[in-house]
Design a protein around this ligand. Structure first.
Ligand code: ADE
Length: 238
């Protein structure tokens, strides 16, 4: 997967891209990131990327020309998504991450700042508008990093079998079951006996029940959409 990131603050991405899974994914050539400062595509001596809004108003608006030039320079195929990170966008969810990881090999991310973009950028260049939640951040860089992280870990080969995405919270519409490791007893707190039993059928059943309980307690809204089997329904009422 290749991400082309258009941003006025490329330095913000270093710590995220150069550590942990994202660094490993790049080493394995499963992830490639191209950071573009679209200020480099200005042609005036002040390298101006924004200007006053037509019609008046306090905030500055991002100018179209440098962004059009930067995207033209990428030489994109017609079907490459150009994603604008904005609180006005569609809510980003695990399914969006899966969809991008499974169906795209290149994604362009456009990170805004200030009051907003000249509308012609949205009309002509942007194919998707994505929000990471109903709150307003100072720019699109953190949302872009969230998207890259969530999409990259869904690319086959990025997670080892140890960290498999199959059992993730949200993967099957349910939250994770509780996990324990050594020691068996800590400050009087015991690991549930069933996990020490070696009986895998029993352990699977316990985990499924705990997943259902956690989801019911913390995120009951997820169960409204989940398609529960007869067995799962029974576990919930046991
Ligand atoms: N830019 C500012 N806030 C944002 C948000 N919540 N999601 C995506 N982009 C943003």
């Amino acid at each position: 997967m290749r991400f082309d990131i258009l941003t006025l603050f490329p330095e913000m991405f270093g710590p995220v891209l150069n550590n942990s899974m994202l660094a490993k994914a790049q080493e394995k050539d499963l992830l490639e990131v191209n950071l573009i400062n679209w200020r480099d595509y200005t042609q005036d001596k002040h390298k101006q990327v924004d200007d006053y809004a037509y019609g008046g108003g306090a905030g500055m608006v991002l100018k179209p020309e440098p962004i059009f030039r930067a995207i033209e320079d990428l030489g994109l195929e017609d079907d490459t998504p150009v994603v604008l990170l904005t609180p006005q966008g569609q809510q980003f969810e695990q399914d969006t991450a899966k969809e991008f990881a499974n169906h795209q090999d290149r994604i362009v991310l456009l990170c805004g700042h200030y009051e907003g973009f000249d509308h012609r950028i949205r009309e002509e260049l942007v194919t998707h508008e994505i929000s990471i939640g109903d709150y307003v951040l100072t720019g699109g860089e953190l949302p872009a990093m969230v998207l890259i992280d969530a999409v990259t870990r869904m690319i086959p080969g990025v997670l080892g079998s140890q960290e498999s995405a199959q059992e993730d919270s949200f993967y099957n519409d349910l939250l994770d079951f509780p996990q324990y490791t050594r020691p068996q007893e800590y400050q009087g707190l015991e690991v549930p006996k069933v996990l020490l039993s070696g009986d895998h059928a029993k352990i699977d059943k316990w985990r499924k029940k705990k997943s259902l309980e956690q989801t019911l307690n913390k995120r009951p809204d997820l169960l409204e959409d989940a398609e529960l089997s007869a067995e799962e329904k029974e576990l919930l009422t046991e």
